[in-house]
Design a protein around this ligand. Structure first.
Ligand code: 5GP
Length: 115
């Protein structure tokens, strides 16, 4: 069992969050420190620490993270304008919370390449 994190606590309802989507396998909630007008984190309830720790058995779950992000982008009204999905991994990727999560950023033009 990977170390518990704030996201594990949010997934179990032990810490509050502004939840925008939830089902049996996933939870999505607004980032505390938004980097765009909409910044949502989509996480699996299963506590996978990093993308490196995902296995073939997680392939469908990881696909569902992306499909949930696309659905939330529709709900938030910026699917057609466009948005970004990001998974940070470990130190060089800038990962700070070690529970796999997909960032969904939208509502303004986003620069590329990122810094
Ligand atoms: P990472 O840098 O690991 O890819 O992203 C972690 C994200 O989680 C950051 O954008 C940070 O603002 C957000 N975050 C950290 N702690 C909390 C929290 O307790 N609640 C919420 N909603 N977001 C958090």
């Amino acid at each position: 069992m990977p170390e518990d994190t704030v996201f594990g606590k949010i997934a179990r309802g032990e810490l509050p969050a502004d939840i925008v989507y939830a089902d049996d396998d996933l939870v999505a909630f607004r980032d505390l420190s938004p980097q765009a007008p909409t910044h949502v984190l989509v996480i699996p309830r299963k506590p996978i620490a990093t993308l490196n720790d995902a296995g073939p058995e997680d392939a469908e779950l990881i696909g569902r993270l992306f499909l949930a992000a696309a659905k939330i982008a529709q709900q938030e009204g910026f699917a057609e304008d466009g948005y970004r999905t990001v998974v940070n991994c470990n130190a060089n990727g800038g990962q700070t919370v070690f529970h796999l999560h997909l960032h969904l950023l939208g509502g303004r033009p986003l620069h590329w390449p990122p810094g």
